[in-house]
Ligand binder design. Structure first.
Ligand code: SF4
Length: 168
C-alpha cells in the first residue's frame, strides 16, 4: 500500500510533455489560477479521482518503451509526498520531470519537506506560472516565455536556478 494521489488523469504515452516517450500524470488541484490556463478542470482540490502510488507505478513499469514520467497538473508540488512515493516505487528506472506553477526559488521556501525530496528525484523542472501575455507556441515543453526548463540536479547543487541549455 503506497500513498494516495489525487489525479485529473493520466496519459500512457506522450511525446509532447518532455523528452522521449513519457507517461504523464496530471495531478488534481492547483492554487495558482493562471488566467488562460488550459486545464481549469484540474484546479479543484476535491475533484478528480484517487489512485494509490504503487498502482500507478506498476502501470508505468508495465511499459518498457517509456523513457520517463512527467508530473503535470494541476500543481504537482501540492502532492509532493504522494509523488515521492511514486518515484520511490519506480526505483530509478524512469527519468522524472515535473511542471510547476511555482518558481524554483519559491519551491525552496515551501514548508513541506517533501517538496525538496521530490525535487531531488527530478531531472527536469519546467517552472513558473503560465502567463498569457507571454504565450509562445514555438517554445519547447513550455507555454510562456517566463517559464524555464531547469536542470534540477545542477540547480540544487548551485542553490539557484540553472537552465538545461538543450531546451532554452
Ligand atoms: S499552474 Fe498550470 S494548472 Fe495551475 S492554473 Fe497555472 S497553468 Fe493552470
Amino acid at each position: 500500500m503506497g500513498k494516495t494521489l489525487r489525479v485529473a488523469g493520466t496519459i500512457g504515452e506522450s511525446i509532447v510533455d518532455g523528452p522521449g516517450l513519457r507517461y504523464v500524470i496530471f495531478t488534481q488541484g492547483c492554487p495558482h489560477a493562471c488566467p488562460g490556463c488550459h486545464n481549469p478542470e484540474t484546479h479543484d482540490f476535491a475533484g478528480g479521482t484517487e489512485i494509490d502510488s504503487d498502482v500507478l507505478a506498476a502501470d508505468i513499469l508495465k511499459n518498457p518503451l517509456l523513457s520517463g514520467v512527467t508530473f503535470s497538473g494541476g500543481e504537482p508540488f501540492c502532492q509532493a509526498e504522494a509523488l515521492c512515493a511514486v518515484a520511490d516505487a519506480l526505483g530509478g528506472k524512469k527519468r522524472l520531470m515535473a511542471y510547476t506553477g511555482y518558481t524554483f526559488e519559491q519551491l525552496l521556501t515551501l514548508p513541506d519537506p517533501f517538496v525538496l525530496r521530490l525535487l531531488s528525484q527530478l531531472d527536469l523542472l519546467v517552472d513558473g506560472r503560465f502567463v498569457e501575455a507571454e504565450r509562445n507556441i514555438s517554445l519547447r515543453f513550455r507555454g510562456s516565455e517566463n517559464q524555464r526548463v531547469l536542470d534540477v540536479p545542477a540547480s540544487l547543487a548551485a542553490g539557484t536556478a540553472v537552465w538545461d541549455e538543450t531546451y532554452r
